[in-house]
Design a protein around this ligand. Structure first.
Ligand code: ATP
Length: 498
């Protein structure tokens, strides 16, 4: 992760927000390359999920909506995470990410260990337990360390579990609910009636507009409404770079189906569609797994939820949630707004409140997944044939921030520069391409490899003196071949827009 964060900063993908003031925890800014990558991910999703499908419509609703929407959705009362404070260090943890276990030797509990969720948590806890046993000079067998999260702690354990900050027991509070929605005030009155919320998800904007879209008359069941937009959550512990931040962006679909539909089959179809899409933007299939939520952990209204998990640098974590939410949301809005949420199904001649399947994906998490999958270090020969280590980002051409770089072989030969400039300007009308004339050609290739530009195009003397062909270099294999301009354009079209 550190290497990816370093590369993102160095090459202008992602910066900590407000960095000149020391940064602002949980907020990140996207620099010139980051904004391109981000836009390309969003455009690919919009094209594949909305424009290339006949059954999904797009929407762009406001970030601040009528506060009653968040009462109806259950967020005002229920959108919170369990938190625990360390009274001594003043640090705050998410209770479900703080793990603890008793240290039991020969049947007797001689202390507790605690650890903040991480891939090595079991190892760290076992080592800490062995230390406690050694310090206590206790003879006998150390029983296996069984970690539980802090929401499962009992009141008599609060004073016994050590704080991960100090390593000492006695300073952790009981778990308490912490509200995640950011509040603001709308209008000139500063009293409670002015309280509004920054949306913590884009989904409710979809439910709030469902009637408008149905009444516009073009949709028939099953159909979906898709939205891309900012969401805000006052996360207790924003961490792991852009994986968990306080301001992020979501790409969500509410897919409305008949109550009698085979929702299990449709859920499966959506999971497969989502996996295929992730693979299409360059994530290896083997790095995606499914986490099926057990029935006893589902929210009361939820029929099923499967999270698509990705192998991030900090461990396997949720990337995309695909939930079957029944008719809960529409019924809540029907009740609170007094407006009917029924639809007339032409096919079955029935009137009903539809059920919904919700694939919900974070733009920033997708970007981190894409960076993780693309980040590669390999060895290639340099201009002089000496093998050197190189860092490259193997982005799919579909989402790469820069699609191709155009190089005149030498910058002091006007005829090469002129021809390269002409090609650059031609390609620039369609794609984000880059022109670079400075330095040895090998070094120019390397600079592009590091930012993930899939193709290098060099104009040399053969181009101007012989057949007009250019050299096309592949970032991953470093292979070069000569192509005509027409072949080049056709190839780029297939690779980038295909
Ligand atoms: P988590 O359990 O990781 O907090 P969640 O289950 O609360 O996530 P959802 O409410 O299902 O997440 O949100 C849908 C998607 O939005 C997630 O799969 C993730 O991609 C993205 N997302 C949610 N919270 C954040 C965040 N704080 N930062 C970045 N992306 C987020």
């Amino acid at each position: 992760m550190e290497e990816i964060v370093g590369l993102c900063k160095r090459r202008g993908f992602i910066f900590p927000s407000s960095e000149i003031y020391g940064g602002y925890n949980g907020f990140y800014d996207y620099g010139p390359l980051g904004v391109e990558l981000r836009n390309n991910i969003k455009q690919a999703w919009w094209r594949d999920m909305v424009q290339r499908r006949d059954d999904i419509e797009g929407l762009d609703s406001t970030i601040i909506m009528h506060p009653d929407i968040w009462k109806a959705s259950g967020h005002v009362d229920g959108f919170s995470d369990p938190m625990v404070d360390c009274r001594e260090s003043k640090l705050r943890y998410r209770a479900d990410q703080l793990f603890f276990a008793p240290v039991i030797v020969a049947g007797e509990t001689i202390g507790y260990v605690s650890v903040v969720e991480c891939p090595q948590q079991q190892e760290i806890a076992e080592k800490a337990a062995a230390d406690i046993k050694r310090k206590a000079a206790k003879q006998g067998t150390l029983e296996p360390i069984v970690l539980k999260d802090y929401t499962e702690s009992k009141p008599e354990e609060y004073d016994l579990v050590p704080s991960p900050a100090t390593g000492k027991p006695g300073s952790l509070t009981a778990p308490r609910e912490f509200k995640l929605m950011f509040e603001t005030k709308v209008g000139p009155l500063a009293d409670d009636s002015a309280v509004a919320y920054l949306r913590p998800e884009t989904a409710q904007g979809i439910f709030a507009n469902y009637k408008n879209i149905v009444d516009t008359g073009r949709v028939k069941i099953p159909f979906g409404i898709a939205q891309i937009g900012k969401a805000f959550r006052n996360e207790i512990t924003p961490r792991n770079f852009i994986f968990r931040s306080r301001e992020f962006e979501q790409m969500e679909i509410e897919y409305f189906i008949a109550p009698s539909a085979d929702w299990k089959a449709l859920h499966r179809e959506w999971i497969d569609t989502c996996i295929d899409w992730l693979v299409s933007i360059g994530l290896p299939r083997a790095s995606i797994t499914e986490d099926i939520h057990p029935e006893d952990k589902l929210a009361f209204y939820s029929q099923a939820t499967t999270d698509l998990m990705f192998q991030f640098p900090h461990g396997e974590q949720e990337l995309w949630g695909v939930a079957c939410r029944g008719d809960y949301d529409l019924r809540q809005h029907q009740e609170h707004s007094g407006k009917s949420m029924t639809i007339f199904d032409e096919a079955s001649k029935e009137k009903y409140v539809p059920h919904v399947i919700e694939p919900s994906l974070g733009v920033d998490r997708t970007l981190l997944a894409v960076l993780t999958a693309a980040y590669t270090i390999d060895e290639v020969p340099n201009d002089k044939g000496k093998v050197e280590e190189r860092t490259l980002l193997k982005f799919s051409p579909k989402i790469a921030p820069v699609k191709a770089a155009i190089f005149p072989l030498l910058k002091n030969k006007p005829e090469l520069v002129e021809r390269a400039q002409a090609l650059y300007q031609k390609l620039q009308r369609r794609w984000n391409v880059f022109y670079d004339a400075s330095g040895a050609i090998g070094r120019r290739y390397r600079r592009q490899d590091e930012i993930g530009t899939p193709f290098g195009i060099t104009i040399d003397f053969d181009t101007i003196e012989k057949d007009g062909t250019v050299t096309l270099r592949d970032r991953d294999t470093c292979e070069q071949r000569r192509v005509t301009e027409d072949e080049l354009i056709q190839f780029l079209e297939e690779q980038i827009d295909g």
